[in-house]
Design a protein. Sequence first.
Lengths: 110, 251
Amino acid sequence: MSKSQMLKGVLEGCLLAIISKGEIYGYEMIEKLEAYGFTMISEGSIYPVLLRMKKEELVTVETKASPTGPKRKYYSLTDKGEKVLAEFADTWTELATSVHCLLKEIKEEK
Amino acid sequence: MKLSREAEAFIDNLYLYLLSSGKKDKEINEIVEELTDHLREAEANGKNIHEVTGESPKEYMESLASEMQTDLKEWGKLLPHVFISLIAYTLIGKIILGENQISLFVGIGSIFICFFMLGLYVIVFRFVSSRSISNKKTFGLLFLLQILLTGLFFGLMFYGNNYGPVFMMDTLAKQTIFFIIPFAYICWFAWWSKTWIIFFPVIIYLPIVIVEPLSFSKETKSIISSVTLIAIMLGYFIWIFWKGKKEKNAT
């Protein structure tokens, strides 16, 4: 399985986490993701996810003029988004622990 | 900073793709604006467009489209106008040609051709926009469609009038009404949609009007007017091509 395929499923959760730190626009999200080491996704792939998150009312969008000129869409989390993020964090911790245990066991057996 | 030509082409294609997929105007403009902004910033930081769209721009466009609402209402709103303007063109044409009857066969035939061509245009637009096809080929394809459309209508106008029930427009009053109302409608439609291309089909009748006073047989006249029309369209095509080339050289 390629890295990007694996990430696809968790991208929504990661974006929720990044947006939860305060309102942010698309390119900034990519910069943050890259800073955390997510270099395997194509940048544009966040936009279909953002569209879906907006449709599901996990985020709200506000269009504002940016300091450098063009109007930008700034995303922030809704209450529902906060809830989904908390659920994602729980699920992820559980999953990560399980995967970690499993892989550790295999390594030890070898 | 300006976008690279490749990025600009991607944005244009995305716009066309979403439009021909029947997405909402407002949503299309929003996502196109957002991506343009993103690409501008990415390119300013020395990134290349493939880092944004991934390996396949087509797949990327599809993934965006699948998250957007399809708005058939917008198309639904436009369709009646397409039909009405079609009827308007036909009526104007008839008055200009000095014909005094409307045939049901031609009416139904026009609507049929319109549906067929509209479908074909949508297919071609989607095909062209999702594969990076050069402008020259795109113009070629659209030009072929234009010829097909014109050809179908010409065929219908010349041969369709021999069939079916007809309605007579035999008085000057009737003729005036059947000219002014359609013409007013076309003017309104051009203003409403803000495209002057609406008047383009009226140009089709121009050669016929020019040829009319000359003393040739009916067949010769129709041949001359068809040739003139094709010449006008070829000229238009060459002009667009030449303009495109000039712009290319300028950048």
